[in-house]
Every structure is written in structure tokens, then in C-alpha cells.
Design a protein around this ligand. Structure first.
Ligand code: URA
Length: 241
């Protein structure tokens, strides 16, 4: 059994306050009867909800977009450290949530947190080509030869990295920032690619998964549920370069 306000807000289109307002206006019904309080509990499997007379199809899963700050690990196990799970607000928290894919502790940006294992697999599997886009800052500009190598794919030790897309974004106080699009997700991939050119990564921020950009209104540490349209963008594949 789940609270109605929490359940509807977890679908990603309405906030808990929006839901409370709709309930006050008598626009939310459960099995045909008007709901009088957001605290009312229902069985999402068997009860039928409607908003303004329109049936509401509930997803049994939740998909959260987090803007990961630095110094937080992408794990469900604490090991004494702060994890991305600590940043999930109580209203969205439920059993079985996990981060779909890992960012390093010092990497910031878009992390998807979900309880849907099959969905997570669909965006992480190397058989699907869901690209991940990052902004990477290094102290010195890349040479033309280095840029070419990244675009053609490169070998570091025994590891072959697929071709990645790369473009220069801006130069600032701390260094040179490039946008890089990866079509695979190997351990410390970007840092290892840049280490090959003896370029230390001084900032790394994931801006996009598939065709879905990180919501610019999310401050570091904030998260929000995705709408159905957004989860579709997240799964968007792209042909390999
Ligand atoms: N590549 C890295 O080196 N680190 C990340 O967190 C993501 C991609």
C-alpha cells in the first residue's frame, strides 16, 4: 500500500504540492470515489486512479535524474562514505533503488537512479549504443594528433577504446574544456584516455545520457523523477561513429 500523493508525484509530471491541490479540488479519484487526502493509501496493483476523469496509468518503477556532486560515490553500499543513495529524498525512496552506471567519486553530473534492472541494462549494455556525453577539463590544449587519436579510437595498455566524438568548448581560468561523447563505458575511461597524452583530468561532468540532457535547474545534489517522454529519450541509441 502506498500514499496517493507520493505515488502520483513519483510518476514525474506533478509535484507533491500539485497533487495536493488537485485533491483539494476533488479532481483525483480512486475506484471512482473522490480522494479526500494525499495521505490515503492505495494498492497500486489493484486500485484505479483517475485525474480529472482520465485514468492514470501508473508505472511500477521509478526513474530519477540526479545531478551528482563531487565526493559522493555511485554505490548502494556506504563503506563509510556518502553515496548517491543518500541524496534521494524520502518521498522518492523505495527498496531496490540503485545507480544505473557509475561515475567516479570526483566526477559530477547526470546519474540515473532506478529500481528497474531491465531498463538500467538497456542503457548500459554494450550491445545497445546509448551514448554518454561529458565535459572534460584538462590544463593544456590537446594537439591535433591527440584529437585525431581520440576520434579514431586508441589503445592504452591492453585496452582498446572505441572512437569517441570530441569538440572544443571553451578555455578558461582552470584549463581547456572539451565535450566528449563515449559509446561504451569502461572503468575510468576518460581519465585513462587523457592519461595516454599525459593530460590530467581536472574536472569531469556528465551532461547527457542518450538524447536526454541533465536538467540545468537541478543544483548539485538535487534529483527529480523523469517523465515517460524523458525515459524514452534516455534510451535513444545512436549509430557508432
Ligand atoms: N570516465 C572517467 O574517467 N570517469 C568517469 O566518472 C566517467 C567516465
Amino acid at each position: 500500500m502506498e500514499r496517493i500523493d507520493k505515488l502520483i508525484a513519483s510518476q514525474g509530471t506533478l509535484s507533491r504540492n500539485d497533487v495536493k491541490k488537485l485533491i483539494r479540488e476533488g479532481l483525483v479519484t480512486c475506484n471512482g470515489a473522490a480522494v479526500s487526502s494525499g495521505a490515503q493509501k492505495i494498492d497500486p496493483q489493484n486500485d484505479s486512479l483517475a485525474l480529472g476523469g482520465k485514468p492514470l496509468t501508473l508505472s511500477s518503477h521509478i526513474y530519477l535524474m540526479l545531478n551528482k556532486p563531487k565526493n559522493v560515490v555511485s554505490s548502494t553500499e556506504t563503506g563509510g562514505q556518502a553515496t548517491v543513495m543518500d541524496l534521494v529524498p524520502e518521498e522518492f525512496f523505495r527498496g531496490g533503488l540503485f545507480p544505473a552506471g557509475r561515475l567516479d567519486k570526483d566526477t559530477t553530473g547526470f546519474v540515473l537512479i532506478t529500481d528497474d534492472g531491465a531498463f538500467a541494462h538497456s542503457i548500459l549494455s554494450p550491445k545497445r549504443h546509448v551514448p554518454k556525453t561529458y565535459e572534460v577539463t584538462v590544463p593544456e590544449p590537446l594537439t591535433q594528433a591527440e584529437i585525431q587519436e581520440i576520434k579514431e579510437g586508441l589503445t592504452v595498455g591492453a585496452t582498446r577504446f572505441r572512437p569517441a566524438e570530441l569538440r572544443f568548448l571553451h578555455a578558461g581560468g582552470e584549463g581547456q574544456t572539451y565535450e566528449i561523447v563515449l559509446h561504451e563505458g569502461k572503468y575510468h575511461q576518460i581519465k585513462r584516455m587523457f592519461a595516454r597524452f599525459k593530460k590530467e583530468v581536472i574536472a569531469l561532468h556528465r551532461t547527457k545520457i542518450g538524447a536526454l540532457p541533465l536538467d540545468a535547474s537541478l543544483a548539485p545534489g538535487e534529483c527529480r523523477p523523469l517523465s515517460q517522454a524523458e525515459t524514452a529519450l534516455l534510451q535513444q541509441e545512436q549509430p557508432l561513429p
